[in-house]
Design a protein around this ligand. Structure first.
Ligand SMILES: [Zn+2]
Length: 293
């Protein structure tokens, strides 16, 4: 198989196994940089020319370079592995599936580009995962936000305003408040900022990212549970993170001019549930390829 096809094929299998799932175990014995953390959700798998990138909801990116002998294998729990586990370069376990990378010449782990996430650039905002986070201070930081036309979706990920808001909960919080994700931060009133942040804190305290408990995240193409409109997904912001939202009911503070965004098709619709016929067929193909190999 040509390297480009192999990368595409491996990435497709990874999407089926990992997208939208919470990671329960991560191993990369030969890497000593920052590592993806257990409990975070896998948000995207990108196949590049000769590498595969896996992106978590907290902005961590794992890039594995692929050569002819490299591969990402996916196994269902309990499957017999085709290769010796002792030779695995990376292992990602999401409970029902495990993805394993072998023979990669290079592993790179980094934060998705967003200079504002870097702590040296300013004092960090309150951490909303803490019970005693100072909400009023976070409200002040929102109200004093320098770029008044920045979108509320971006501000929620700015570590100088608040910390602890993963991308999953950014989408959930905006939906819960019926806020347009591209609302300019300057249009929000103090009471609205407070309501948004209090709700965020409550959600983060009771964080449960199993898909049954999520209202909007990962539901692209499905009906919004509140208004019945179709849930959309776009790339948005400097870090180009995925954003799930409902055009039907997230209308508060809709901006007159929308910032640029990239409409996005995530190859997940057909693969999210194993009950879907396309997913079944896809998985049968992978399994038969695996058996042949
Ligand atoms: Zn809706």
């Amino acid at each position: 198989m040509l390297i480009g096809h192999k990368v595409q094929h491996n990435a497709a299998a990874l999407r089926t196994a990992l997208l939208g799932k919470k990671m329960v175990r991560f191993e990369a014995p030969y890497t000593d940089s920052i590592l993806p953390q257990v409990g975070h959700t896998i948000e995207e798998v990108r196949n590049l020319d000769r590498s595969i990138e896996i992106i978590w909801d907290n902005g961590i990116v794992l890039n594995t370079r692929m050569k002819i002998a490299s591969s990402w294998d996916v196994y269902r729990n309990g499957d017999t592995w085709r290769r010796d586990s002792a030779h695995a370069d990376v292992l990602i376990d999401v409970q029902d599936w495990v993805a394993v990378c072998f023979n990669t010449p290079e592993i790179d782990v980094y934060h998705d580009f967003d200079p504002r996430r870097h702590p040296i650039l300013g004092k960090l905002g309150p951490d909303l995962t803490h019970v005693d986070a100072d909400i009023e201070e976070a409200v002040d930081r929102m109200m004093d936000y320098e770029e008044r036309d920045e979108t509320v979706a971006e501000v929620l990920l700015d570590q100088r305003v608040v910390r602890g808001v993963s991308n999953v909960f950014r989408c959930e919080i905006l939906w819960a408040c019926e806020l347009h994700p591209w609302a300019n931060i300057g249009t929000l009133k103090r009471a609205e900022c407070r309501e948004l942040l209090m709700l965020a804190q409550e959600m983060l305290q009771n964080a449960d990212t199993s898909s049954n408990n999520l209202a909007i995240y990962g539901r692209q193409g499905k009906s919004c549970v509140r208004c019945g409109d179709v849930v959309k997904v776009n790339h948005h912001g400097e870090a180009n993170r995925v954003l799930y939202w409902c055009v039907g009911c997230q209308t508060a503070h809709e901006p007159l001019v929308r910032p640029n965004f990239t409409p996005l098709y995530i190859e997940r619709d057909a693969n999210m549930g194993d009950s879907h016929p396309a997913a079944k067929q896809f998985m049968n193909e992978i399994i038969s390829l695996r058996d042949v190999g």
